[in-house]
Design a protein around this ligand. Structure first.
Ligand code: G3H
Ligand code: 13P
Ligand code: ZN
Length: 334
């Protein structure tokens, strides 16, 4: 049975993005796969009154079951109100949709936004597939994110060893032809907790820590110039906080040389036309670090609530920090 996102109390990204571009901040797009992540995201968003995008990947749908995730998102709206957030602005978004059928199924199933990621296809095929998804989604007022350029790393089962920056000369034609609502671009971010090899980094002589190469802000600027005011999206934007990497490693984990995007670079991006910043790995690291620490310190515990509670608290702390100190979206959904 088809259901509209509007019946579920969700919103699409249109107005949210227009405000974010104007206001010089970005909307957090947090991936979730389980109840604890969702609780932490909603608690953080409600507390800071930040609009939020709940992202569901194909992998998340396979892991948690799409029906369950849909009802969890619906429940999240009610939970947000219960927490005292009068007008929650919550988007349910398909992350890295890789086919028309998957995107259609999400539109029919109550998602308010979908991404069609055809960035690994030749340009004209990317245009064609994106246009097809837009045609269907717009009938139901569902907004569509598309992608031009390729990020290094794993993109929901499509992997690429090297990144190809978005070509600014293509963006006007692409947006005009596809009528997409937002565009993910490649400017040097990548998915996962290993965004750069140590060889790609320099070392801070004082601390000895790895310093990653800067993002290609010249490409972002050129895209902005071609598409003034158009919503731009950054994937692969976890900063891989060292405290969580250390927490994992100190309590039995093995994450050597994990490295992310420095937060000041993301702050700079959020002030530009970038109005959606995707974060998944940081939540995984916070959760795993906290669970490892708790179990190592409490070897007799076996009730999952005992170790999931501190994990949820750690994720919430991380989400609040991102919203206030990186994205600047706090107070934008009162
Ligand atoms: O971009 C990928 C997201 O981090 C989702 O990852 O496909 O492992 O759920 P996943
Ligand atoms: P991270 O792996 O950097 O968290 O990126 C997540 C993402 O882009 C989801 O689409
Ligand atoms: Zn992504």
């Amino acid at each position: 049975m088809k259901v509209s996102f509007k019946e579920l109390g969700l919103v699409n990204t249109r107005e949210m993005f227009a405000k974010a571009v104007k206001g010089g901040y970005a909307i957090p797009a947090f991936n979730f796969n389980n109840m604890e992540q969702l609780q932490a995201i909603i608690q953080a968003s409600a507390e800071t009154k930040s609009p939020v995008i709940l992202q569901v990947s194909k992998g998340a749908r396979n892991y948690a079951n799409q029906t369950l995730l849909r009802y969890m998102a619906q429940g999240a709206v009610e939970y947000a109100k219960e927490l005292g957030w009068k007008k929650p602005q919550i988007v349910l978004h398909l992350d890295h949709g890789d086919s028309y059928e998957l995107c259609k199924s999400c539109v029919d199933f109550g998602f308010s936004s979908v991404m069609i990621d055809a960035s690994s296809l030749p340009y004209e095929e990317n245009v064609k597939l994106t246009r097809k998804v837009v045609n269907y989604a717009h009938k139901y007022d569902v907004t569509v994110e598309a992608e031009l350029g390729v990020l290094a790393g794993v993109e929901d089962e499509v992997s690429s060893a090297v990144s190809h920056y978005t070509k600014p000369e293509e963006v006007i034609d692409f947006v005009k032809k596809t009528k997409c609502d937002s565009l993910a671009i490649s400017i040097g971010t990548s998915h996962g907790a290993y965004k750069f090899t140590p060889e790609q980094c320099t070392r801070d002589p004082k601390t000895g820590k790895l310093v990653p190469p800067p993002l290609a802000f010249d490409v972002l600027k050129a895209v902005e110039k071609k598409l003034p005011g158009f919503p731009i999206v950054l994937h692969g934007s976890s900063s891989v906080p060292q405290e969580y990497v250390d927490m994992c490693n100190e309590f039995g984990g093995k994450l050597p040389n994990a490295i992310g995007i420095p937060e000041e670079q993301l702050r700079k991006a959020a002030k530009s036309a970038v109005c959606k910043i995707n974060i998944d790995s940081d939540s995984r690291l916070a959760m795993t670090g906290a669970i490892r620490k708790h179990l190592a310190e409490n070897p007799s515990h076996f009730d999952p609530r005992q170790y999931l509670k501190p994990a949820r608290e750690e994720m919430k702390k991380m989400y609040v920090h991102k919203i206030i100190n990186v994205l600047g979206s706090n107070g934008k959904a009162r």
